[in-house]
Structures are given as C-alpha cells and as structure tokens.
Design a protein around this ligand. Structure first.
Ligand code: PRP
Ligand code: MG
Length: 211
C-alpha cells in the first residue's frame, strides 16, 4: 500500500505542537487544524491522475499544463471526517461529498455503521476518503469496504488522514493493499483505551468544540 507521510519539517511540527497541546483553545485548534488538513489534502492532489492540458495565455502563447483526468469526490466519515471538508472546499469548488456515519462503541471500540449516502456515479470517480484518526483501523476498514461495495476500485481511493497508529496502518495495509494513504504523522502506539500515543485526544471533540 502506498503510504505517504508528510515531511516532518519544523514548520509541520510547529502546527502539531499547537493542535496537540492540551491547553490550546478551540478557535486556535480549528485554525491550525485547517492549515494542517490543507497541507495533507494538497499532498493527496499530487497523487491524483492528471492528463496534459494546453492553455493559451493572455499574450497568446501556449502553456503546457495538466488537468484532472478523472472526476473526483470526497467521502467524509462522520463525524470527525467532516472537519476536513472546510479545507477541501478552499482547494476545490463544486465537488460532491458523500457521507458515512460510523461511530465506535465507547466500550468495545468496535465501529458501527449507521448511515451512508454517496454520489450516484461514485464508481467512476476518484475518492478522497476524509478521516483524521486511524486508531485501531476498524472505522477506516469499514468505510473502505462500503466504497468497494459501491464499485469504487481500491486503487481509486486516497485515504486522507491526520494521525495514524502503527497498528491501524498495518491492519489497513493488510486488508487493502492497493489503497493509498496520506497522513501527517505515524504515532508511537495505541494505549489500552485505543487512543494514539502521544496523540491529540479526541479530534472530533476538539475540532467541533464538544470537549
Ligand atoms: C473516532 C475517530 C475515528 C475513529 C478511529 O471516531 O474520529 O473515526 O474513532 O478509531 P478506529 O480506527 O479505532 O476505528 P468516533 O467514533 O469516536 O466518533 P467521532 O468521529 O464523532 O469523533
Ligand atoms: Mg469518527
């Protein structure tokens, strides 16, 4: 499975230092998380398929450019995945967004699928699957399975992620070897509560201010 981890530059670590800090305010968390998610999504865009596209510039010259060669859509894993829609809408206009509502059982940590709605022609689209947290990997595996059942080829899915655990990554990799994943950090491990270490806490709660 192609795994792309953003370069661990000081600039990236400075963003992580803000959003991981336990005392960061809600508004600052959202601001820096949006910036980080945008970097992650820009990396995803580098991995999409393009075809040559010539344009004529205002002085009448040709520019040998590129354009997407396949329609695109996003699918967010509700709730935390919805946090990535804002940054995506600042990069791209007029794209459909599918939703999958998956929640982990608070005790067993097992995911449960409640609802899914996708664009009619999703099988013909490249899919950016938006999910900031990959902990045990259960939710991500369930979300990808739904996409495959709707006819999306595994190699047409990019899993856009903020934090992943080594355990979740290994599970996702062995289940879907042709999936592409983009993340900003591979954490040290999962703890007994299925939280990533050092982690960020509950991303959904921190982004939406429900802590
Ligand atoms: C959290 C997180 C991921 C999932 C990751 O969701 O947002 O979706 O757990 O865990 P996993 O890899 O072990 O499945 P949660 O169900 O807590 O709901 P939320 O999205 O509303 O935060
Ligand atoms: Mg979730």
């Amino acid at each position: 499975m192609p795994v792309h981890v953003l370069n661990q530059t000081k600039s990236l670590k400075a963003i992580h230092s803000v959003i991981r800090h336990r005392d960061t305010s809600h508004s600052l968390f959202v601001f820096q998380a949006n910036r980080l998610i945008r970097l992650i999504l820009e990396k995803c865009f580098e991995l999409l398929p393009y075809r040559p596209y010539e344009v004529r510039t205002p002085i009448g010259e040709l520019y040998e450019g590129q354009q997407f060669s396949k329609p695109l859509c996003a699918v967010s894993v509700v709730r935390a995945g919805e946090s990535m829609e804002y940054a995506l809408s600042s990069i791209l206009a007029g794209f459909p967004i599918g939703k999958i509502l998956i929640q982990r059982n608070k005790v067993t940590k097992l995911p449960h699928l409640y609802y899914a709605a996708f664009p009619e022609d999703i099988a013909d689209r490249y899919v950016l699957l938006l999910e900031p947290m990959l902990a045990t990997g259960g939710s991500a595996i369930m979300a990808v399975r739904e996409l495959l059942e709707r006819g999306v080829p595994e190699h047409n899915i990019i899993f856009a992620n903020v934090l992943t655990s080594p355990e979740g990554l290994a599970r996702l990799e062995s289940t879907y070897p042709n999936l592409t994943i983009v993340t900003s950090s591979v954490e040290k491990r999962l703890n007994e509560e299925a939280f990533m270490v050092p982690g960020i806490g509950d991303f959904g709660d921190r982004y939406f201010g429900t802590t």
